[in-house]
Design a protein around this ligand. Structure first.
Ligand SMILES: [Zn+2]
Length: 181
């Protein structure tokens, strides 16, 4: 195998794969590497493949795009865990005060913690270090700082939709982005 093939395989194997429950409910995103592994372990069926192939000396394989579990997983929440990373994702890695996209990013409590602002989707936003320091322990109103958009709770569907690019159009029906027929 050439080094070209190895590096090409490497990036393809990191491609995002949509994992569905047995009832087609979207569960998570995994890497193509993991999806292929699950397939060989007979844990999943491959519903849709990308057009891109990975090559080993003996096998050529189209990489999976959407896979479905063979055994149902009990997972009754569409809630997305509240985490720094998911707040950054929601805000598209953009400071919600000045629009700066270059990091490092921080998490700002709109109503400061010291003033009983909670750790909630509605009270946490992405801020650049500069804006976070300037704002300090004050509210945006006190500082005359406006938020670019009102922070809202994100659910898992929003989360999945962020992975949908030009190569993931096949995912759309599974993510309620268009009708299933
Ligand atoms: Zn900023």
């Amino acid at each position: 195998m050439s080094t070209h093939n190895i590096s090409k395989n490497g990036s393809l194997l990191n491609r995002a794969v949509l994992v569905l429950n047995t009832n087609y409910a979207p569960l998570e995103i995994c890497s193509a590497r993991r999806a292929i592994c699950l397939y060989y372990l007979e844990k999943v069926d491959i519903l849709i493949k990308y057009n891109d192939e990975v090559h080993s000396p003996s096998v050529t394989l189209k990489i999976p795009s959407v896979i479905k579990l063979k055994d149902f997983i009990h997972h009754n929440s569409m809630e997305l865990i509240l985490s720094r990373r998911n707040i950054f994702h929601r805000d598209n890695y953009t400071c919600q005060y000045c629009g700066n996209k270059t990091g490092p990013h921080t998490i700002d409590h709109i109503i400061p913690k010291e003033r009983n602002g909670g750790d909630t989707w509605e009270n946490l936003v992405t801020a650049c270090a500069h804006c976070n320091i300037v704002k300090g322990n004050r509210t945006p109103e006190e500082m005359g700082m406006a938020l670019i958009k009102k922070p809202v709770r994100h659910n898992r569907i929003h989360y999945f939709q962020q992975f949908v690019g030009i190569k993931q159009t096949d995912w759309r029906p599974f993510l309620f982005m268009e009708s299933l027929n």
